[in-house]
Design a protein around this ligand. Structure first.
Ligand SMILES: *[C@@H]1O[C@H](CO)[C@@H](O)[C@H](O)[C@H]1NC(C)=O
Ligand SMILES: *[C@@H]1O[C@H](CO)[C@@H](O)[C@H](O)[C@H]1NC(C)=O
Length: 446
């Protein structure tokens, strides 16, 4: 009697799992993360643009699952508190809106949720093996590896890499969103995500001094704001939980932004962030043989340019604002002076349009040296893209408090928009800028 009861209970619990109308991501709470859980992988399939309701993928694939379409797997990372990722629904919806595809959420929260990181990390290969079983089934039903795309966040990026290795790098694409660093930094390619794991591997690094991976891993590696501190994220532990995860999570928010099409986040291939800040890396874009890579979903448009090189790895840098859509607008500021003595300092430049909107850029990562008759080209980055600039103002600061105020005697200056051929260049001739005093003028066409 008891036995029958148990069997009934078991049958009920199994069927309730499969018959669930719209299964959702496992939410197991902090207590379970504290005591630990066994690994369990649930695959939530979203098809036909229906982001409101998932189907649970099990050993037999449902008839409504058209495997010949592009299939995008989303693999989350470490979940120390056991709660679902806040960005997951947004990401599923944004992907389904942008293209007719299948989206499969890989819910390994039972496994990822553990206060002990190394235990969660130990599940990455087992999760990859489970994913391989599902992909094998999809292939048997007519899917192609070309059409399989994996987006892996943090530990999920390495899971995607492990899946890719099992298919000898023939998966269509892997995107790594701040691949996990701890326990992976410094490891050889077979123990982490690598550029050979798919036909195209793109990576966003947003927390290389914390939870993210330092070195480049993909065919193209994007380092927003240098990859270290993201604007708007707390810099001290008094920022609470955000202090730990804000930089890391920014990679996902940047990727999401690329799906919303508010603006294109353009990146600049470069050796280092410093070179980027110094304006040395504008070898792409208008009037150049190759376009600049875009961050996020459309990064694969750049695939051909990475495979052209011997070592098909590129680092790309760019700055962002502190909130969505994160885009910044780049200009070169060319300045030629005639001061007898060289001048050293920082430039702040402000643009104001017809409607009084203004946007400002301070070029202060390192002091600039201005010398007589030597053109200096500075990279200025603005949060807003103003259409009709009515006035420009300049502030020059030497950074010293004592001593007489210096003056910058400008023969000419030019503002050149980068990567936006439709925008006019703006000029000004013959201008004296006194230190720490805002000097405004109306630009003329060059
Ligand atoms: C499956 O998807 C492919 C590619 O989008 C499409 O051509 C085909 O008609 C679809 N099949 C069904 C049964 O909807
Ligand atoms: C990339 O290269 C392939 C093969 O050379 C070519 O067929 C394809 O059109 C190229 N794609 C783009 C986007 O340039």
């Amino acid at each position: 009697m008891l036995g029958l009861f148990l069997i009934l209970c078991l049958a009920w619990s199994v069927s309730s799992d499969t018959d669930e109308k719209c299964p959702t991501f496992t939410n197991i709470g902090f207590y379970n993360a504290l005591v630990g859980t066994r690994l369990k992988v649930r695959l939530l399939l979203y098809t036909d643009g229906n982001f409101a309701c998932a189907k649970l993928l099990e050993s037999t694939l449902p008839g409504s699952f058209n495997v010949t379409k592009k299939s995008t797997f989303i693999i989350h990372g470490y979940r120390p508190t056991g709660s679902p990722p806040v960005w997951m629904d947004d990401l599923v919806e944004a992907l389904l809106r942008i293209e007719d595809m299948n989206v499969i959420v890989v819910d390994w929260n039972r496994g990822a949720a553990n206060v002990i990181y190394s235990i969660s990390s130990g599940f990455t290969k087992p999760v990859a093996k489970i994913l391989k079983q599902t992909i094998d089934q999809m292939l048997a039903n007519g899917a192609t590896l070309d059409n399989i795309y994996m987006i892996g966040v943090s530990l999920g990026a390495h899971i995607a890499g492990f899946v890719g290795k099992m298919y000898d790098g023939k998966l269509g694409r892997i995107t790594g969103l701040d691949p996990a660093g701890p326990l992976y930094n410094g490891k050889p390619p077979d123990k982490r995500l690598d550029h050979r794991d798919a036909q195209f591997v793109d990576v966003i690094h947003s927390d290389i001094d914390g939870l993210g991976f330092r070195e480049s891993l993909g065919n193209i590696d994007f380092y927003p704001n240098g990859g270290v501190d993201q604007p708007g994220c707390p810099q001290t532990i008094f920022g609470g939980l955000q202090y730990f995860k804000c930089d890391h999570q920014r990679s996902v928010l940047l990727y999401l932004s690329s799906l919303r099409k508010d603006c294109d986040i353009t990146a600049y291939p470069c050796k280092s962030y410093r070179d980027y800040l110094n304006g040395k890396c504008i070898s792409c874009g208008d009037n150049q043989p190759i376009p600049c890579p875009l961050l996020g979903y459309y990064a694969d448009r750049w695939k051909n340019y990475t495979t052209l090189k011997d070592r098909p790895v590129t680092k790309a840098f760019f700055d962002t604002t502190d909130k969505k859509p994160f885009c910044m607008y780049h200009y070169f500021v060319d300045i030629l002076i005639w001061n007898k003595n060289s001048q050293k300092g920082y430039i702040t430049i402000k643009l104001t349009d017809m409607n009084g909107h203004s946007t400002e850029s301070t070029i202060n990562h390192e002091p600039t040296t201005f010398q007589k008759y030597h053109q200096v080209s500075l990279l200025a980055r603005f949060a807003q893209d103003l259409d009709q600039v009515k006035s420009i103002s300049l502030v020059f600061s030497s950074g010293t408090v004592l001593g007489p105020k210096s003056k910058l005697r400008i023969i000419w200056m030019k503002l050149r928009p980068i990567n936006r051929p439709e925008k006019p260049q703006m000029c000004r001739y013959d201008l004296v800028v006194t230190e720490n005093k805002e000097t405004a003028f109306q630009p003329i066409l060059c």
